[in-house]
Write a protein that binds this ligand. Structure first.
Ligand SMILES: O=P(O)(O)OC[C@@]1(O)O[C@H](CO)[C@@H](O)[C@@H]1O
Length: 322
């Protein structure tokens, strides 16, 4: 069982253009998709598509379009009523795969609502294999919101605590990293920010540098770093080493949620007893399959092609991981 917490979920609208996005112009879209979203929600959608038991915990009223869509799709979820609408995020995709995304802040969670949400996660985590803390924080939540959950899960369940994965951004991500989660899933930009590397683009294009930066986080107490690098592939770093996964070149349809699908692929392989390189291979296969689908559509395991993924071991100075 995998529990995800999405404290700032969204209704994702993806608008497809048949040309280039023109700022300041009126343009006609050729298609539009609406899906329940937010990183943890997407992860549960991907796990559910592959028959893996999961529960999406999120703030949201029973009649909110996001919760209705989750019910209609048969995604197990637990919504905490907030008396406000879940935000709507917009993505605009161009034929060459370029995706422009605009995310809005979302409804405020009061301190009492934050406590209630955290208690839901702590209570439901009993016996879970993984708890995934995913996405931005809603306005009103303190930066150590995720870090606090990690510490409280470990205080409550001790050696039986579920493993914790985090995918967020900015200060809340950095604070969570300092609590030593079992897995983090940054993209290149987030990894650069977490490790103080000024040139994110140079980092993304250099897998050995990604491995060395990730190794510093592992040395600091993070269990593993799954860095997703878009077309450059993905790099997994653990105390045992680093591996690079690469998929055949492709033109993306929509990259929205590809990172979430990668994390879902990693988790489902890990739950099935896969080795670190196996889990990385499935993560890359899931990410590529997601990018080939419209909107934030998630692939099922049988839509992914792990045999197309090349996994190679990377070297980085051993002292970096001690
Ligand atoms: O604003 P956040 O919480 O950082 O990201 C939200 C979001 O962009 O993440 C998912 C894709 O990863 C989308 O479903 C959703 O709109």
């Amino acid at each position: 069982m995998i529990i995800t917490l999405t404290p700032n979920p969204s209704l994702d609208r993806t608008i497809s253009l048949d040309g280039i996005l023109a700022r300041g112009e009126v343009q006609r879209a050729v298609a539009s998709h609406v899906e329940p979203g937010g990183k943890g929600v997407n992860i549960c959608r991907a796990l559910e598509a592959s028959g893996v038991e999961s529960l999406a915990i999120l703030p949201g009223d029973a009649l909110d379009p996001v919760l209705i869509a989750l019910s209609d799709a048969g995604i197990p979820h637990l919504g905490m009523p907030i008396g406000a609408s879940i935000r709507s995020n917009v993505a605009i995709t161009e034929p060459d795969g370029t995706t422009t995304k605009v995310n809005v802040p979302g409804p405020v969670l009061t301190p009492a609502q934050q406590t209630e949400l955290i208690d839901l996660v702590l209570d439901r985590a009993d016996g879970a294999g993984w708890v995934v803390l995913a996405g931005s924080l809603p306005p009103g939540a303190p930066v150590d919101f995720y870090a606090d959950i990690i510490r409280r899960l470990r205080a409550r369940y001790g050696s039986a605590a579920p493993k914790v994965a985090v995918d967020s951004s900015g200060a809340p991500f950095a604070a969570a990293v300092s609590a030593g989660p079992d897995l983090i899933k940054p993209n290149g930009e987030e990894l650069a920010e977490l490790t103080g590397i000024p040139d994110a683009e140079a980092l993304e294009g250099n897998p050995s540098l990604v491995a060395a930066a990730s190794a510093r986080l592992v040395a600091g107490g993070v269990g593993a770093v799954l860095a997703t690098l878009g077309a450059q592939g993905a790099v997994l770093t653990t105390r045992d080493g680093s591996w690079l996964a690469q998929t055949p070149p492709m033109v993306a349809v929509s990259t929205v949620g590809a990172g979430d699908s990668s994390l879902a692929g990693f988790l489902l392989s890990d739950l099935a007893g896969g080795s670190a390189p196996d889990a990385l291979r499935q993560a890359a296969a899931h990410g590529a399959a997601a990018a080939s689908l419209p909107g934030s559509t998630v692939p099922a395991l049988n839509q992914t092609k792990p045999s197309d993924v090349t996994v190679t071991q990377l070297t980085h100075p051993k002292e970096d991981v001690q």
